[in-house]
Write a protein that binds this ligand. Structure first.
Ligand code: CA
Length: 226
């Protein structure tokens, strides 16, 4: 297990590193965001402990650039105790978890273990399928450069598709993910909303990204209907 610690405060960085070494981890320290970016690109770290407050580019920006460059190592962000805005920004930039300072080292280790268990699969903060993009944080959707205006339900349905590109999803499965038990009239609501979605994400652009799979359900083409 090899961890990258990104922290400019020397004392904090060496404390973290010593603690991790004692637990049998290997640990490198980057004191600037720029250093962290090239180190994380060069080494496949099992986890990254990323301080939010850094000179130069801050932790949120480091996280965003890591994800944009295809680095999916789990990121645990260290934040100030009360700054919930920082935690929100960090998580939406692609961090997996956060820990407010000051923290107990035992909790840091437990969070690292939990992150490493989940692995480093791709999990972009902004979903992209072909030239369709969906940002769950800002609730924005784009087809290429065009921003689309979707209702809450249309958004939920599209998000369900975009989390599973290329998969055939039954009506039941779509209902299960985009509607709750509070919804009574479930008979053909999926078909209705697929129609709404097509009218917004496909038809104006001459695309056909949402395919009907007869007798089964629907599929969002991996190429986004390009
Ligand atoms: Ca710092």
């Amino acid at each position: 297990m090899r961890v990258l610690i990104v922290e400019d405060e020397l004392k904090m960085a060496s404390l973290l590193r010593r603690g991790l070494l004692e637990e049998g981890y290997a640990a490198d320290v980057a004191r600037m965001g720029e250093d962290a970016l090239w180190m994380a690109g060069a080494v496949d770290y099992d986890a990254i402990v990323l301080d939010l407050m850094l000179p130069g580019i801050d932790g949120v920006e480091v996280c965003r650039r890591l994800r944009a460059s295809g680095v999916w190592s789990p990121v645990l962000m260290l934040t100030a105790r009360d700054a919930y805005e920082d935690r929100v920004a960090g998580l939406d930039a692609g961090a997996d978890d956060y820990l407010p300072k000051p923290f107990s080292f035992a909790e840091l280790l437990a969070r690292l273990r939990a992150l490493v268990r989940r692995g480093a699969a791709e999990r972009p903060a902004v979903l992209q399928v072909g030239d369709l993009r969906l940002d769950p944080a800002t609730r924005q959707v784009w087809r290429g450069d065009h921003e689309l205006s979707l209702s809450a339900k249309e958004f939920a349905l599209l998000e369900t598709f975009m989390l599973r590109p290329g998969e055939v999803l039954s009506r039941y499965r779509l209902l299960e993910h985009a509607w709750d038990f509070g919804y009574e009239n479930r008979s053909n609501v999926v078909d209705v909303y697929v129609r709404y979605l097509r009218a917004k994400i496909d038809r104006p652009f001459g695309r056909d990204s949402l395919e009907t799979v007869r007798g089964v359900g629907y599929r969002l083409r991996r190429d986004g209907g390009a």
